[in-house]
Design a protein around this ligand. Structure first.
Ligand code: DAH
Length: 382
């Protein structure tokens, strides 16, 4: 293709008419026919833009295009008698060449455009790219459920740091060093640079936020604190080094034990359904007095203690009750740490394990699934 466009062997446009022995106007006309035939024959093969450019330059190039050669070799040195014939022929040839080249340019451009359009065409019938929308993790959903219940009865939601000082995690909660309760909360301590003022730890419960809230806020206080907590527990079906709690704290001038049990009972019925029963048993926490452990009638056997097919219910082990969480009336000693007047104020606190509540409510028997993030599990709770 390149050769066909660029060779110029058969048209003597680089020789003067005199050199070619042309002396008569009819010879000039013949020459122009020859050139034009040559142009037409080769131009028929030009279909691509790159060829078109070569061809255009070959014929219309300002320095050495065929038309320029004819001007220089034929027209300029032509004898006066032949000049007008050479000039007229040249004009005609130029008009032909230019119009042909321009017409082909348009054709090539529209053709190229067409094929580009074809290439870039969007097929609306193709299935779209599927980008699945995620959903909240079940733990997050349960947090939300519990927050909604407490917010509806006047509690507000606050959050606090996961890295704590021993003061907030223990001392101010009436858990002095060497208190045996610390054994139940095997704690992760942070490695700090030498000379650090206080040790830092990963909070073992959300209770430190009781202290931080009361330090910041005058009574009345009604808050819940959702969050992550950490303990050096070996992982098994009910233990994980990280898990979730919601702390609750209500302090005012006239809060009674009845307010306390009524609030908890309201929550439990909202969360598990109106048919569940609650009970509390005496317990011990350093920061509450009295302390209780709240139980709910077994949601698996309906509080009968019996399995559907006979025998004892495996979830409550036949006891008909399931232990839910710890709570109590705030120990007056705690008020001392936050400069609240223990004589005027009373209140209650509770701390529930969210993973445990979620497992009970949704029939999950291994806490580890919350942390493995297996989509087959997650998808069951859209
Ligand atoms: N912080 C306790 C724990 O993690 C749970 C707890 C018990 C929180 C009694 C309380 C409470 O606020 O009153 O084991």
């Amino acid at each position: 293709m390149y050769l066909a466009i660029t060779t110029n062997m058969s048209i003597p446009t680089d020789k003067t008419l005199a050199d070619q022995g042309v002396t008569q106007p009819h010879q000039i006309a013949e020459l122009y026919v020859l050139v034009r035939t040559h142009f037409d024959a080769h131009f028929g093969n030009v279909h691509e833009e790159s060829d078109w450019q070569l061809f255009r330059d070959r014929w219309l190039g300002r320095k050495s295009g065929v038309l320029k050669q004819i001007t220089d070799y034929w027209l300029k040195p032509a004898k006066p008698a032949l000049k007008s014939a050479v000039g007229a022929g040249l004009n005609e040839l130029r008009a032909h060449v230019e119009s042909q080249i321009e017409a082909r340019r348009l054709a090539i451009e529209s053709g190229a455009e067409e094929s580009a359009l074809l290439r870039e065409r969007i097929d609306l019938s193709l299935p779209a790219v599927h980008r699945p929308v995620g959903s909240h993790h079940l733990i997050r959903q349960v947090f939300q459920e519990i927050e909604d219940i407490f917010v509806s009865i006047g509690f507000s939601v606050v959050e606090g740091p996961e890295i704590e000082t021993p003061y907030y995690n223990f001392e101010a909660l009436n858990i002095p060093e060497f208190h045996p309760v610390r054994d139940d909360m095997d704690t992760f301590y942070l490695e700090l640079p030498k000379g650090a003022k206080t040790p830092l730890l990963l909070r073992t419960h959300t209770s430190p936020m009781q202290i931080r809230t009361m330090e910041k806020q005058k009574p009345p206080v009604r808050v819940i604190v959702p969050g992550k907590v950490y303990r050096r527990d070996n992982p098994d079906a009910t233990h994980s080094f990280a898990f979730h709690q919601i702390e609750g704290l209500a302090v005012d001038t006239d809060i009674t034990f009845c307010d306390f049990t009524g609030t908890i009972e309201y929550f439990v019925k909202q969360f598990f359904g109106p048919s569940v029963k609650t009970r509390f048993r005496p317990s011990y926490f350093p920061f509450t007095e009295p302390s209780v452990e709240f139980d709910v009638s077994c949601i698996f056997c309906g509080g009968s203690g019996a399995a559907v097919g006979g025998g004892t219910c495996s979830k409550c082990k036949g006891s008909a009750w399931i232990e839910l969480f710890g709570a109590g009336m705030v120990d007056p000693a705690v008020y001392g740490f936050v400069k609240y007047d223990a004589k005027k104020l009373s209140g209650f606190a509770f701390g529930m394990g969210i993973d445990r509540l979620a497992m009970l409510k949704y029939g999950i028997d291994d806490i580890q699934v919350f942390f493995q993030n297996d989509v087959r599990f997650l998808r069951q709770f859209p």
